[in-house]
Design a protein around this ligand. Structure first.
Ligand SMILES: Cc1cc2nc3c(=O)[nH]c(=O)nc-3n(C[C@H](O)[C@H](O)[C@H](O)COP(=O)(O)O)c2cc1C
Length: 173
């Protein structure tokens, strides 16, 4: 499939079969992340790769809502980044995350982003603090998002060409 079709086909998938990813698939996804562009080539991200069921369930509970699907995934990658190393850490981490999503789609896999930055428990506890305890990353790192991956258990329609917001594109002359 060429990239033009891939960008149309990729949709967020939150339901996965029990089939695990192969080690090769995991490696290809992480390779894509490590090849993603970063400001000044800082490459300050860190990827925490989780396939343990109990840990996936814990991750899914790190915020009050919106990460439930992580527990049903065979794999999740917490995208963390050293915020001392770059001032544009949100961008660098996000680009790595979405690069993994497109790579997964190219492998026929589904994925979904769970927002971590600025999210947390109802009592105000940041999801990042809970994840730091669970995953053991150091204080200078922060988690921007968790991406869950797996074989899709549902089919989703490709992006509707008719609904593209071309009105948001402004040709400046
Ligand atoms: C920055 C960002 C944060 C998101 N956070 C969540 C989230 O916490 N939980 C979730 O289920 N989906 C999350 N998503 C997925 C979006 O809901 C999804 O991309 C959007 O509904 C469009 O659907 P599509 O990806 O199928 O095109 C997030 C996506 C982005 C880009």
């Amino acid at each position: 499939m060429d990239f033009k079709d891939l960008v149309q086909k990729r949709r967020s998938i939150r339901k996965f079969t029990d089939e695990p990813l192969t080690p090769e698939e995991v490696q290809i996804i992480l390779r894509a992340a490590l090849m993603s562009p970063t400001s000044k080539s800082t490459r300050a991200w860190h990827f925490y790769v989780v396939d343990d069921k109990d840990m996936l369930e814990k991750l899914s509970q790190c915020k009050s809502a919106g990460a439930e699907f992580v527990k049903g995934a065979p794999l999740a990658v917490a995208v963390c980044i050293d915020t001392d190393a770059t001032d544009v850490w949100v961008e660098d981490a996000s680009i790595a995350a979405v690069t993994m999503q497109y790579q997964a789609a190219d492998l026929g896999l589904g994925s979904c982003w769970a927002q971590i930055r600025l999210r947390g428990q109802a009592d105000g506890t940041p999801a990042d603090d809970l994840l730091r305890d669970m995953l053991g990353y150091p204080d200078e790192q922060t988690c921007v998002c968790i991406i869950a991956f797996g074989h899709p258990a549902i089919e989703r329609k490709p992006q509707d060409e008719e609904k593209l917001k071309w009105e948001n594109v402004h040709i400046v002359s």
